[in-house]
Design a protein around this ligand. Structure first.
Ligand SMILES: [Zn+2]
Length: 386
């Protein structure tokens, strides 16, 4: 009798444990699905293209001890890619070249465009007439602000002269003519803000290891112009400077440089992933009936583009959307869709805007015609409805 009773207790205990486990798994499932109503890998930074400059018949710059830019940058590029692969197994890493071969500038960009990459990182090393020049700089596409920046772009763009039929391929763009670069000013660069963010993270990393920081810059690099995603061109140092050239000529130092680029990539990816993750809409489904809905003037809009120059508010410039507004933030024009009163409406709109092709579109708050964060917007509404 006693044994029977003990047995039933054991069975009951086991059953409870099983039930408890099932309950836990169910809870976890509900929790996960309510916060992440999307397939993993659908949003955020999942594909990166690493572009080692020059190659094959194009040696790039020739530095001290006859070192060639194409060799230095290929090694750094492969090291960066290996680090990303090892640390972010879900990120697809594509090299425009992984050996010593010549690849045209537009081909490099096309490789990134074809796979719909989320980020394009072009790696180069600098050269100057004066062996005194040294330091690192990272570029986003744009109009140069100094003659030196224009010269860097010209020198890198000269690679296109080695391509067959380059006049047709680049629509008459002449890499040695100043006028060609003025035209680039008129081009829309919707990814400027993201590109500049990545560029400054790279420069911060270089600074942190004691490399000279020549800054984040803009210039008309053809390889960046042809890409359709955030893109940067990194000048990892002057190989024409004896000290810096010899620094870059050593594998261990190239490893350090690669680490900087990898760290910047990691920080940038975290930002992008956070910004593009859909926010949970499961909360506040049953707001208290006693809260009055006061219009605080706060609106939620979906940012789809930013540009250094104004973009005409024409639906054909915005994938057919007509409800587009312009907002100037720190000298950069931001373009948004919608003007929703509640956070929930904003999130719903964000989903449909992303579905219609703006996969990186994100929610912002607007108050008194100024951009504010979503949490600020929510807190103003909360205070207003008390
Ligand atoms: Zn180069």
């Amino acid at each position: 009798m006693l044994r029977n009773w003990l047995n039933s207790v054991r069975v009951l205990k086991n059953m409870n444990w099983r039930l408890f486990k099932t309950f836990n798994i169910l809870c976890l499932f509900v929790l996960l699905t309510s916060f992440y109503p999307f397939r993993p890998g659908e949003y955020g930074l999942n594909k990166v293209v690493i572009d080692a400059g020059h190659g094959g018949k194009d040696p790039g710059a020739i530095g001290v001890d006859k070192m060639k830019e194409k060799d230095v940058v290929l090694d750094i590029a492969l090291k960066v890619g290996a680090k990303i692969k090892a640390n972010y197994p879900n990120v697809k890493v594509v090299y425009t070249r992984d050996k010593d071969e010549f690849i045209g500038l537009s081909e490099r960009a096309n490789q990134a465009n074809e796979i719909n990459a989320d980020l394009f990182i072009s790696i180069h090393a600098d050269a100057a007439g004066s062996s005194q020049a040294y330091g690192t700089e990272t570029f986003a596409l744009g109009l140069h602000k100094s003659a030196a920046n224009l010269e860097t772009a010209k020198r890198e763009n000269n690679a296109m002269l080695l391509e067959e039929n380059y006049e047709v391929k680049y629509e008459g763009f002449d890499p040695s003519s100043d006028e060609s670069y003025i035209i680039l000013k008129l081009l829309q660069n919707v990814h400027l803000e993201s590109s500049l963010t990545m560029a400054s993270k790279v420069q911060d990393q270089f600074t942190s290891i004691g490399r000279r920081n020549r800054g984040v810059k803009q210039a008309g690099f053809v390889v960046l112009w042809k890409t359709t995603m955030p893109s940067v061109l990194i000048e990892t140092g002057f190989i024409t400077n004896t000290k810096e050239g010899r620094f870059l000529n050593q594998s261990a130092n190239r490893e350090t440089i690669a680490n900087c680029i990898f760290n910047a990539f990691g920080e940038y990816k975290t930002d992008v992933d956070l910004k593009s993750a859909p926010t949970s809409t499961g909360q506040n489904k049953n707001p208290k009936t006693d809260t009055k809905t006061v219009d605080t003037g706060v609106r939620f809009r979906i940012q789809v583009a930013s540009s250094p120059t104004p973009i005409k508010l024409d639906p054909k410039n915005f994938k057919g959307f007509s409800d587009v507004r312009e907002l100037k933030v720190n000298g950069v024009y931001k373009y948004t869709i919608g003007n929703e009163r509640t956070f929930e409406e904003g999130v719903n709109l964000q989903t449909s805007v992303r579905e219609k092709g703006y996969k990186d579109a994100f929610l912002i708050g607007v108050h008194n015609n100024k951009r504010i964060s979503v949490s600020e917007a929510k807190s103003i509404i909360k205070k207003g409805s008390k």
